[in-house]
Design a protein around this ligand. Structure first.
Ligand SMILES: Nc1ncnc2c1ncn2[C@@H]1O[C@H](COP(=O)(O)OP(=O)(O)OP(=O)(O)O)[C@@H](O)[C@H]1O
Length: 512
């Protein structure tokens, strides 16, 4: 009997960036209509492999075949024309163009240079039917669509050019739960049509739900593969990190002390947040749950004085009222922004520069900053978190996405603040490093982090409920700009939080 021909085969893929070995011999096989997860720690080589596949990077060595034919894409355009499309986390749509123009951009049917608009419309509509959303208005500028709809338009664009292999790079990181479910059902539809999907995600529960098979990468090598149904999550995690992760959510007893942050009837200048009141105690981890767009980020920004306040007040370190963000640092408040690229990091600078940026004490003699001082200050964080990099002076933008996020967290830890405002701090971070960060948060709250016994207060916004339920002492839910009461963790569960987040739950309680 003839062996079925794989849709995609990769053999011994190798790729270096200078001294860094990003891929060190990866093998992968993908069948038609298969949904295959690519899993691995931050910096394991997932994005590099996918970029080589899509034509954005050229492999140093290794071979690829598409439907049995040798495949060597010269550019993403070349890859797309051969049937391989990659959907990045940051979508690449032309925001001012309409849905139909985006779907057929660059491949518009034309007659002697004149675009055949009725045909554009027909083909765009067909592509939207393929992703199960023929109701999306073809004439609407893309910027008027929600995040999830824009993602579908981008996938529809891949289908319009005859996509055989669709690569989705952490597609659910900014989707709501219900949009995630819709994406999964669209993936199942594409699977039935024979489209093969490579799915990169750090959420193993998603991998379990939607994928058929998986490949684990570690340090640029494929270290394991198999059927998702026949492999337990623990087995996959140990393949990823090369050891057992015993306790994902360590939780010591947190005895809370005095109130360190008081927020009263806070309203932002631009509608969100609308009404926020709570108290945060030293030694406490307070979680803020809510759906995308509820106003959680705006709340943190208003507290940290990045955005104007219309009404209400923030009291921290005995100071009441609005202050500049730099004054907030002086008050002992620090923030990790969810917008890593534009706010969280200076991507053109080195890892060491970024880590010390918010606190430049003791970096050399007589107030000078020396290379030695920078190294001494940054190295412990690089080792502790850990950040995978060539060295402390490597540019932040040469790091993988998850490792960049870890640099943003290291900057806050280095600044040694009392009140930590964390906005989606573990987005894009692998399971093993998440466990390390949860342990740090736990130790920071109970004063065991750096041996001086000083307890910190942590306010954490997250869309990942298991993490909030795992590490917080109390959780408050934000719904349409209004923050509900903070409830002790013993009274919280996923269902109750989702009800409150969507405005259908109980709002009784007290925020002090
Ligand atoms: N353009 C580049 N220049 C230098 N080094 C790079 C470049 N792109 C990737 N690397 C390095 O290659 C390695 C693999 O990175 P890659 O982005 O593929 O990891 P990843 O598995 O996708 O990680 P994450 O889960 O954090 O997204 C990392 O050590 C990274 O720093």
């Amino acid at each position: 009997m003839n062996q079925p021909v794989p849709r995609l085969k990769i053999e011994n893929a190798i790729k270096h960036f200078g001294q860094t070995i990003a891929l060190d011999g990866v093998d992968l096989e993908l069948m038609p209509g298969e949904i295959h997860a690519i899993i691995g720690e931050n910096g394991a080589g997932k994005s590099t492999l996918m970029k080589a596949l899509s034509g954005a990077h050229k492999l140093d060595t290794g071979k690829m075949w598409l439907d049995g034919q040798s495949y060597k894409p010269l550019s993403p355009h070349d890859g797309r024309s051969s049937g391989v499309s990659m959907i990045y986390q940051e979508l690449s749509l032309a925001q001012h163009l309409s849905v139909k123009e985006n779907i057929l951009l660059g491949v518009e049917p034309n007659y002697r240079g004149l675009i055949n608009w009725p045909k554009v419309k027909r083909q765009a509509n067909q592509a939207l039917e393929g992703v199960g959303r023929p109701d999306i208005n073809l004439d609407l500028p893309v910027m008027e669509l929600s995040n999830a709809e824009q993602q579908l338009v981008e996938i529809a664009r891949s289908l319009a050019t005859g996509c055989k292999v669709l690569v989705l790079d952490e597609p659910t990181s900014s989707l709501t739960q219900s949009d995630t479910q819709k994406l999964f059902s669209m993936m199942r539809t594409l699977k039935k049509q024979g489209v093969s999907i490579l799915y990169i995600s750090h959420f193993l529960e998603e991998v379990k739900e939607v994928c058929d098979n998986f490949t684990v990468l570690r340090d640029g090598v494929s270290v394991g593969n198999g059927s998702v149904a026949e492999t337990s999550t623990d087995e996959i995690v140990s393949m990823m990190v090369g050891r057992d992760v015993k306790q994902m959510y360590p939780k010591s007893k947190h005895d809370v002390d005095e109130v360190v942050l008081t927020v009263r009837s806070l309203q932002g200048e631009h509608r969100k947040p609308e009404e926020v009141s709570f108290e945060l105690h030293r030694g406490e981890v307070l979680g803020i749950a809510g759906v995308v767009g509820a106003g959680r980020t705006e709340m943190l920004r208003a507290i940290f004085s990045l955005d104007e306040i219309k009404k209400g007040d923030v009291k921290v370190a005995g100071f009441i009222g609005h202050a500049s963000p730099s004054a907030r640092w002086l008050h002992g408040v620090g923030m990790v922004s969810e917008d890593r690229k534009f706010e969280g990091l200076a991507t053109g600078l080195s890892i060491a520069d970024n880590i010390v940026m918010s606190s430049m004490k003791n970096l050399g003699p007589l107030g000078f900053i020396t290379r030695r001082g920078l190294l001494k200050a940054s190295k412990p964080w690089i080792e502790k978190i850990p950040i995978k990099c060539a060295d402390a002076f490597a540019a932040v933008d040469s790091l993988s996405g998850g490792n960049q996020q870890k640099v943003a967290i290291a900057r806050l830890l280095h600044a040694d603040v009392d009140v930590m405002l964390l906005d989606e701090p573990t987005r894009g971070i692998d399971v093993g490093s998440k466990a390390a960060i949860y342990e740090m948060i736990d130790q920071l709250a109970c004063g065991k982090y750096d041996g001086d016994g000083r307890k910190r207060a942590v306010l954490i916004v997250s869309s990942y409920l298991p993490e909030l339920l795992g590490i917080c002492d109390r959780i408050a839910v934000m719904c349409r700009g209004q923050l509900g009461p903070a409830k002790p963790i013993s009274e919280c569960n996923e269902l109750q939080i989702m009800r409150e987040a969507t405005g259908t739950g109980d709002k009784t309680g007290d925020n002090s």
